[in-house]
Design a protein around this ligand. Sequence first.
Ligand SMILES: Nc1ncnc2c1ncn2[C@@H]1O[C@H](COP(=O)(O)OP(=O)(O)OP(=O)(O)O)[C@@H](O)[C@H]1O
Ligand code: SF4
Ligand SMILES: [Mg+2]
Length: 359
Amino acid sequence: MSAAAGADHARQLPEGADAASPLLEIRGLRVSFTLSDGRRLTAVDGINLSVAPGEAVGLAGESGSGKSTAVGAIMGLLAPNGRIDAGSIRYRGLDLAAKGAPLRRTRWREIAVVFQGSLVALNPVIKVRDQVAEAIELRLGEPAEVAQEKAKLLLHDVGIPEKRINAYPHQLSGGQRQRAMLAVALSCSPAVLIGDEPTTALDVIVQAQILELLDRMRQEYGLGLILITHDLAVIADMCDRVAIMYAGRIVESGSVKEIFSAPRHPYTQALLGAAPDARAGRRTIKVLEGHPPDLSALPPGCHFAPRCPLADARCREEDPPTIEYADQVTLACHRYSLGDGKLPTPIDAPYPTLELGKR
Ligand SMILES: Nc1ncnc2c1ncn2[C@@H]1O[C@H](COP(=O)(O)OP(=O)(O)OP(=O)(O)O)[C@@H](O)[C@H]1O
Ligand code: SF4
Ligand SMILES: [Mg+2]
C-alpha cells in the first residue's frame, strides 16, 4: 500500500465540503493586482476550469497569460497586492474564493502544487525525509514516528533511492529534488495535484521521468491533475482536456483529441504551429510574432486582435464572448458564428503558412 494512498480521504474533507460535488470547479474567476501607480491589472479575467478525479487537464499559453495567477488564487497564495474580484473556486462544493474559506493549511491537504525550481521550495537546511515528515505531522496531525515512516514510504514511492532519503536538498540531483517536492505535495493524500511547469528546469530525460511519475501518481491515487506547461506535446501525451489561455482568458478549451486535431481559435492554431510534434503533419516551426498586450491598459475588442491575421473591424471593437459548444468545447472568437451550439468547422485558410503579426 502506498504511503500517500487516498483511501481515507473522504473523512478528511474540510467542513462544508460535500463528497458528491465536483472535485474542483472554477467559474468566472477574476483576479487582479494593484500596481505601484494605483492602477489595477487583471491577470485572470473570468476563467472557467474544472478537473475530475483521475483526470488530467492541461493549461497552456504564453508567458504572462495568467496561469500561475490562477494557481495562486486556488491555493490562497496570491501576492499581497493581488485579490480575487469575482468568481468561485469550488472544491467539492466548498467555495475557496469566498470570505471565510478554509485556511491555506487546510486547503493544502486537499489540493497540492508542485512548482518549477524545487531548490527554492525545499528548505535547504532540513533533510528531505524530515521535510516530508514535517508536512505530514503539521497538516495531518500524525505522531512523529508515524510521519517518519510514511515519509520514508512516500520518498520510496516517488523514486528517491533509500540511501538518499536522509540527504539535504543540495545533495540531490535536480530530478531527485523535484521527486522530493512531489513527495511533499503528496504527503497529505491530496485529491488534486497542480503542476505549475514542474519540469521546466530539467533536462529532457529527467523531464520525461518526472512526467511519467506524475502520470503514475495520477492513476495510482486517482488524483485530478492540472498540468501547466508551455510544451503542447506534453499535454497531447498526458492530458484528457486542454485549456488555452491568452491575456487572462481561456480562449479555447475542450478534449485534447478535439482541440489538437481541429484547433479553431487563431491563437491555438498559432501555438500548435509553433509545436510541430503536437500535431501530426506539421513539420515547419512557425514563430508567433508580436507580444501579449499590456494587461493594465487593454485596448477594446479581442485581446488577440493586434496579432491575429483574421482580425477585422468588429474584432477591434467588440470583445468576443466565450461560447460553449458541443463536446465541452469552448471558444472565444468572432470568426465563429454563435450558431446552434454545434461544433464550428475550423477556419484554416491562413495557417498552412502561418505568419502571425504580418498582416
Ligand atoms: N504581484 C503581482 N503584481 C503585479 N502584477 C503581477 C503580479 N503577479 C503577476 N503579475 C502579472 O500578472 C500577469 C500574469 O502573470 P502569471 O505569472 O500568472 O503568468 P503565467 O501565465 O504564469 O506566465 P509564465 O508562463 O511566465 O509563468 C503578468 O502580466 C504578470 O506580470
Ligand atoms: S475574435 Fe477576431 S481577432 Fe480575436 S481571435 Fe477571433 S478572428 Fe482573431
Ligand atoms: Mg507561471
